[in-house]
Design a protein around this ligand. Structure first.
Ligand SMILES: [Zn+2]
Length: 237
């Protein structure tokens, strides 16, 4: 469970921007068949989603382990994604495929849509497929106001101090204030949320896609790419 982030920037031309929010949903101690998932509410009250000071130039990590390494997915294997198409926009399958391809190309990780689901449990995600769904703020209060989406991973942490992602979720807002979604390509918002799932937090650099506000960034910036490389290095080292 997390709190939404409503960080506003005092730059002009705010119209057309969408707030995109990341959420680390759960962390836990592993080595138990039943994952004792705990709440990271404290980590998300901070207006910066991610670990301040982690990462490098133009990027942060969503979560870090006691060793100081970023939490991300295993080097090998696929990250399974299940889609709940309830209230999804027309053409959502193409949107998802396009976003997944972009994330895979940029990250080296392999997200794969494995099917559709009726599951709408976005808070208590344990190990298993990453859930992608659409909702409004009546169901997902984190989507209130200008928030366009939320995303994050659940992860396990071992006694040796390592950690790895084992599940997660992305929820995209069906109800953009002022019809912003109709005027703004939702693809970048989905990519942004999927990068939270992979392990990137927010950056203060507004030119990066992982900035907390979407302001017509085109594709991934140098900081986004460097962050993904760092996650890949951590996963495969
Ligand atoms: Zn975000």
């Amino acid at each position: 469970m997390t709190e939404p982030v409503r960080q506003r920037r005092s730059c002009g031309g705010v119209l057309g921007t969408l707030l995109v929010v990341g959420a680390v949903i759960v962390g836990t101690v592993a080595l138990s068949p039943s994952l004792a998932l705990t709440d990271l509410r404290d980590a998300a009250i901070d207006p910066i989603v991610g670990v301040p000071g982690s990462g490098g130039d133009g990027y942060t990590f969503m979560a870090t382990t006691p060793r100081g390494t970023p939490v991300t997915w295993p080097c090998d294997g696929t990250i399974e994604l299940e889609v709940n198409a309830q209230d999804a926009p027309e053409g959502y399958a193409e949107l998802v495929a396009s976003a997944v391809a972009q994330v895979n190309d940029a990250s080296g990780f392999v997200l794969e849509v494995v099917g559709e689901t009726d599951d709408r449990e976005y808070q208590e995600r344990g190990a298993g497929p990453v859930l992608l769904m659409w909702a409004d703020e009546s169901e997902v209060p984190e989507l209130a106001g200008r928030t366009a989406g939320i995303g994050g991973s659940s992860y396990v942490q071992g006694p040796g101090g390592g950690g790895r992602a084992v599940g997660g979720m992305v929820v995209l807002d069906t109800d953009m204030p002022g019809g912003l979604l109709r005027r703004t390509d939702p693809g970048p918002v989905l990519v942004h949320e999927l990068l939270h799932v992979i392990g990137l937090g927010h950056t203060e650099d507004p030119s990066q896609l992982m900035a907390p506000e979407y302001s017509s960034q085109r594709g991934l910036g140098d900081g986004d790419l460097a962050g993904l490389q760092a996650l890949r290095d951590a996963a495969c080292s």
